[in-house]
Design a binder for this molecule. Sequence first.
Ligand code: ADP
Ligand code: MG
Ligand code: ZN
Length: 557
Amino acid sequence: MPAIDYKEQLLPNLKKYFGYDSFRPQQEAIISSVLEKKDAIVIMPTGGGKSICYQLPSLLFPKSTLVVSPLIALMKDQVDGCIANGIAAAYFNSSQSTEEQQNILLKISKAELKLLYVAPESMASLEHILNETYISCIAIDEAHCISSWGHDFRPSYQQLGFLKKSMPNTPIIALTATADKATRQDIAEQLGIISAEQFITSFDRKNISLTVRPADGRVDQIISFIEDRPNSSGIIYCLSRKTTEQLVDRLKAKKMNAQAYHAGLSFDERTKVQEDFIFDKTKIVCATVAFGMGIDKSNVRWVIHYNMPKNIEGYYQEIGRAGRDGVAASALLFHSYADVIQLQRFTEGASNQEVQLAKLDRMKQFSEATTCRRKILLSYFGELLAENCGNCDVCKSPPQVFDGTIIAQKILSTIARLNEKEAIGTIIDVLRGAKNAAILEKGLEKVKTYGIGNDISWKDWQHYIIQLINQGYIEIAFQFRNALHLTDFSKNVLFNGAKVSLTKPIVVVETIGNPKEKTKKSSSKGALFQRLKALRHSIALEENIPAYLVFSDATLQ
Ligand code: ADP
Ligand code: MG
Ligand code: ZN
C-alpha cells in the first residue's frame, strides 16, 4: 500500500463509516502507524476513542483484524455497533454453538470479515486461522490485563505472546486507558513488541473537579451533595453489595431516583439498570466496580467514591465516566482509614500482593495530598502539568507553601548516592542518620548525605518525599522492590538549580460527628482520646473492623 493512497482515504472513511468529520488528538497518527504495519501501544483515556484506531484500519487491510477483548458481555455490543456502521464484524466465544463458530471460520477464510472479536480464552479454537494467510492486523484491547503490574490482571492474557511469534509481520496494536510506566513496559515485553511506538494522549480531564473529604458522615454528605445538583445523573461506587443496597435505601428515603448495581444481580437485572441509567429513567446508580465499563453515556455529572478505590488506575477510570460531554462535572472521594485497612486485607494471598499494596499506597497518598491533585493524577501516568489545575479542592483552598528546594535537593541527592536502588524507608533512615541493622549492614553510614537531615522527623521526611513523588520529581519502581528513581525533572533540580515548592505537613485527624466542624488539632490528650474513641465507634459500627488497627502514628502524634 503506497503511503499516499491510504492517507487520502482516512477522512472519507471516518465520515462514511463513523459519521465524524475530524479525528481526535492522536487518532490519525495511530491509524497511520498501524497501516504502515508498525506495532503500537496506545494509552488513551476511557471514552477517548480507541476503537476507531483499529476499526478504521481494518477497513483498509485486505484480510481480517483480530480484536482480543476481555469481556464477552461487551463483545456483542461492539460487534452490533460495527455492523450498524456497515462494517463486517463478528465475535467468537464459548457462548456460541459449533455451527455458529464454523460459520465464522468460513467467513474468515473467504476474507469476508473485517473485524473478529475474540476472548483470549477462545484463542485455542481459532488455531487454524491465526496466521498471516487470514489475519492482517491484531488489536489487543484492555491491554493492561496482560500485566501483573496492571490493575486488572487476567492470566488468560498472558498467553498472547505467541501472536507475534506466529505472525511476525502482522502489526499489533495494544490499547488501554490506564497503564503506568512499568505496566507499559511489561505489555511491550510480553507481547514481543518492545520497539512499538507508544502513543499517550493527555489524561487531563480538566472539566472534572476533584475533591477528597474525610469519610465519616458520608451518607449525609452525599445526600447534601446530590441535593445541590437536582436531576443530575451520577454514579456512586462502593466496595460491597451491601453498601450499594443500603445507600439506595437511604437515597430513596429522600425521594431520590437511585438503583443498585452489583454482581449479585442477574444478567437481566443488571442490563435493566444500565439501560434505565443510559435513558435517564434512573438518575443515580450505586454500584460496585463493574458498572460503567463500556457504557457510553455523555451526561454523567458526577462520580462519588463512597469507598476508596484500590488503586489510581481504577479511580481514574471511574471518575472518567463523568463529564464526557466536556461540561463541568465533579468527582468526590471519601477517604477513610477503615477502607485502607479493608483494601489491604483484600490483597492477602494475591500472587502480586506487593504490587497491589504499593498501588494502594499511592492511592492513599493521593487522598492525603496537600498539592494539586490533578498534578498527582497526571504524574502517575507520566504526564507533567505545568500549572496547578485550579479545579481541585487543594487548589481551591491551598495549604501553606514554602520554598522546599534545599529539602528536595537533600532527598534527591540521597536517592542518587544510593544509586536509585533503595525504597523510601532507607532513604529517610540515611537522611536521619539512623543506626539500625539494615543501614549498618549495607555500610550506608558512609553515604555522603548520611545524617544531614536529623533535624526533620521521620514522618515529615515521608511527607516531603511523597510530595516529590506526587509532583513528578521521583518515581517508585514497583518492579524493583519499590526503589525510588529520579526523573528528568529531578535532574533539573539537582543540576540546573530548578526550584521546588513544598507544603508544610498537617496532622490529619478524621473528622468526627459534625462534618462541618473540620479537622482540628486537639489541644489536650483527653480530647484526642475522645475523638479516637468516637472514631473507633463509627468505624466498628460501619465496617466491623477492630479499631486498634486504625490508630496510626499520625493519629497519635
Ligand atoms: P474508548 O474505547 O477509548 O473508551 P470508544 O472507542 O468507545 O472509546 O469511543 C468513545 C466515543 O467517542 C464513541 O462514541 C466514539 O464513537 C466517539 N468517537 C471516537 N472517535 C471520535 C471522533 N474522531 N470524533 C467524534 N467522536 C468520536
Ligand atoms: Mg474501548
Ligand atoms: Zn489542582
